[in-house]
Structures are given as C-alpha cells and as structure tokens.
Design a protein around this ligand. Structure first.
Ligand code: PLP
Length: 456
C-alpha cells in the first residue's frame, strides 16, 4: 500500500504525537528541514502524552518510601501504582515481581547477579552485548554461546541440542531477544521458551526492541523474565524494568546494598552489622528510586495500550514494507537478514550499500536530508560480522569508498509509533538519490566520525 494512503486505512492509527516532531535542522547544502528521527532503536523520542503526564506530576514530586509528608505519600502511591501498571502491560502472573532498574542492560546485569550456584547460561551469539555479556561476570556461571541460526526453526533446534547435553538437574537460563536490534527480525520466543522449559531451564526475554513495537505477554509467551528500557519505549527518563519470577530474585543477595533494600539493620555486640533484606522487589531497588522515570514508563505503557497495539503493529508493518520495497528497488543496497527477506520484523532494518562506507552514507543522510540514522556495529558485533560475512574491511567512521574487502559496519534505519509517513518517504527517496547521483558535499573523517567538510 502506498504510504500516502496509510492514514486513510482504519486498521492503522495515525502516528502518536512525540516530542521533537517540529524540530528544524540545517542542511549542509543550504536551508533547513524538519528532523526525521529514524533511530528509534537507539532511543525513541518521548511521547507527548508521557511528557504531559510527567509535567503534570512534577510539582508534586517527593521522596518515595521515605517521607511522612503529603507529597511523599502521593509519590509513593504513584510509584507503586506504576509498578502495577507495568505488571498489567506485561501480563505478569500472580507472584511475579516488577523490579525497576536503569535500563535493559541494568536489568540483565541484575538477573546475572542472582543466578543460582552452578547455573548454566545459554545465549545466542546474535544477542545485543547487553544480553551477551553479563553472564560471564556471574562468579561460577558456565556460559555457552550458541551459533547464529539461519531460520527460526534452527534457533529452536540449536537450543534443544545444547540443552540436551547438560545436567538436567542443575539450574539453567536461556537468554533470547524478542526482536533483533540489527535486523528487526522477530525471534520464536514462545517456541524457545517451550524448549527451555521442556529441559528444565528458565528463560529471560530481552524485550528492549520488542516491547516498543509489539505486545509482550509474559504469561502467554511463558517466559520467566522480561527486560526492557524506558528510553526505547518513548519514556526517556532513565528507568528500565526486570519483571518475572520472584524466587531467584528473593533468594539472592541484593543487587545493591543500601537503604530501601533493607527492612531492618542492627549493630551486633561484636561490632558487625545484621541486616534483614526485603523479599519484595524493593530488595533490588536500593537507594532513592527514580519516580519520574518509573512514572514515565507507566504512562507510556498506558498510552500504547490505549492507542491499540493492533493498529500500531499494522501501521508499522506497512511502513516496514514501504522501506523494504523502496530499498529493494535501489541497485547495490543489501538489507541484512538472518531469517530471510520475508521474515517478520519490527521497524528496524540494517543495510549496506555497494561502494559506500556506511558512515559516509549515514553522514550524507543527515547533512543533506536531515535524516538521523545510525551506522556501526550496533553493540552486536558478532551478529553484524556474521551478516557482513567477514572481519576485514574499512573501519567504522571512515569516509570515501570502502577499502578492499568487506565493509565492517552497516547503516540502521528504525522507526515506530511516532514516525510520520513523510520521514519514511524522504528516507527511501534519499537512499535512491545518493546511490544514483552520489553525495552533493565533501566529507572527511574527524574524531572517528565521517562529517561534512565545511573548510572548503
Ligand atoms: N537489548 C537490545 C536488543 C537492545 O537493542 C539494547 C539497546 O540498544 C539493549 C538490550 C540495551 O538497552 P539499554 O542501552 O537501554 O540498556
């Protein structure tokens, strides 16, 4: 369906209002345009609704769980009601805990810190570093890094094989992403969860890229934990979430020791200190909590629910198709994919362009078209290297044509609930023009980035 007709389609909703939608940026070639934020996968703009909710609450801001005053009580209620709203958004089960963290990275590091003794961890090499790296730091965890699968079914087979080889009685954790931050492709989460559970393992879902685009129902997917970040869910105020089974969280030492996590502290006669830790989510939330960030996440959860996920998903599917078809029509553009061109994906696509350094291409999209994308390896080095088929090539940040060998980095375009049709149309047109006509400006490498050369 042409993008122009999307707004008339009742099965899709109009873009949700976001902050920054009217920001104008200068073009190196002269004049200015409205900024096209097409880097949602890194950080999405705040929903206007989230901003309004936060602004309305700000005058009432007060300490949480530690004040007798009216505003402290109000803030504590807001904080705990936000926890309940997030639990509802994720479809949490009876007994699940919602722990507020700083981000997905923080959530997964928290989970790594509570692994039971002797836990085996199974993680695909395709994961974002936030999901790939924390487990090796858990003192006695044994980490198995699984090969990149080339189909969803192969992902399940690979996991089944790896799990079959382990001691079935020891604790084990499988780590999987819901949607890749590189290809946007959806992973077979339900099937992987079934495989994990059939072998007595637990599973954590990295929903950093899934939750902003798709409903995530923890009970329906039958995953044990879900992690996501507020700043990718249109709530950029420094909070994240780890939600799921209470037992591992409750049985472990607190992630941070301090006030808020402790129920009672007493000095012993021998000079030591006795502590009783909370058994609730507060156990892992020591210190004064980020009530604004938490409230912002709850507000975003409500806004997405009210907009209707079905309509958001359908609109995004059509935008993805638009980008995919547009890029397929440009010679020399290769969209990166693990599971094949037709695999379902969220609004995240990475690609390379023959004869171009990706940094150069991204710099030209920004300077000449006012389009913000990302170039690089997207904190998923093993996956991007696999997709690019090699380790040799031009360094990220370089300008000009690539050196001999494969390009080392890629370009990523990503969008979501706030993206107007025009941004996607401008992006597809810009890619075509750059490939056909070349850049209109000269660029040079400065501080590891390709930037317009304004010295001439
Ligand atoms: N997981 C995935 C799939 C991501 O895309 C990201 C961030 O890009 C993360 C985890 C880490 O998120 P954060 O930087 O918010 O901790």
């Amino acid at each position: 369906m042409p993008v122009a007709t999307l707004a008339a389609d009742q099965s899709v909703c109009a873009p949700l209002p976001v902050l920054g939608r009217d920001v104008r940026v200068p073009l190196v070639t002269g004049g200015e345009v409205t900024y096209a934020a097409l880097d949602y996968a890194a950080s999405a703009p705040a929903l206007q609704r989230v901003w309004d909710d936060v602004a309305a609450y700000a005058p009432y801001y007060g300490s949480v769980h530690r004040g007798a005053g009216y505003l402290s009580q109000l803030s504590t209620d807001l904080f705990e009601n936000s926890r309940a709203a997030v639990a509802g958004f994720l479809g949490c089960r009876e007994g699940d805990q919602v722990v507020f963290t700083r981000s997905t990275t923080d959530s997964l590091n928290l989970l790594a810190s509570v692994l039971p003794v002797g836990c085996r961890v199974f993680v695909f090499e395709t994961e974002h570093h936030a999901a790939l790296l924390p487990w090796g730091r858990a003192s006695d965890a044994e980490v198995t890094c699984l090969d990149a699968p080339r189909t969803p079914a192969q992902a399940v087979e690979t996991l089944e094989r790896a799990l079959a080889d382990r001691d079935p009685y020891g604790p084990a954790l499988v780590v999987v992403t819901g949607a890749s931050n590189v290809t946007g492709e959806l992973w077979p989460v339900r099937e992987l969860a079934a495989a994990a559970h059939a072998h007595g393992a637990r599973i954590v879902l990295d929903a950093a890229q899934l939750a902003p685009h798709h409903p995530v129902d923890i009970a329906e997917l039958d995953v044990d934990w879900v992690a996501f970040s507020g700043h990718k869910l249109y709530a950029p105020f420094g909070s994240g979430v780890l939600a799921g089974r209470a037992d591992w969280l409750r049985d472990a030492e607190p992630y941070l020791a301090g006030g808020g996590a402790s129920r009672s502290v007493a000095r012993r006669a021998d000079g030591g200190v006795d502590v009783q830790w909370h058994e609730s989510a507060a156990r892992h939330e020591a210190g004064s909590p980020n009530v604004i960030g938490v409230y912002a996440i709850a507000s975003a959860c409500k806004a997405l629910g009210e907009a209707g996920f079905d309509r958001l998903v359908e609109r995004e599917r059509q935008l993805v198709e638009q980008v995919r078809t547009g890029l397929a029509a440009v010679p020399g553009v290769r969209v990166l994919s693990l599971f094949g061109d037709d695999a379902p994906r969220v609004g995240v696509l990475s690609f390379v362009v023959d004869g171009w350094n990706s940094s150069h291409f991204a710099a030209a999209l920004s300077a000449e078209y006012g389009i913000g994308v990302r170039d690089g390896l997207f904190c998923a080095h093993p996956l991007v290297r696999t997709l690019l088929g090699g380790e040799d090539g031009t360094e990220p940040g370089a300008c000009g044509a690539p050196d001999e060998g494969a390009t080392l980095n890629a370009i990523r375009v990503s969008f979501g609930a706030g993206t107007p049709d025009e941004h996607v149309e401008r992006f597809v047109r810009a890619v075509g023009e750059l490939v056909r006509n070349g850049a209109r400006w000269l660029y040079r490498t400065e501080g590891g980035r390709c930037v317009p050369d304004t010295s001439a």
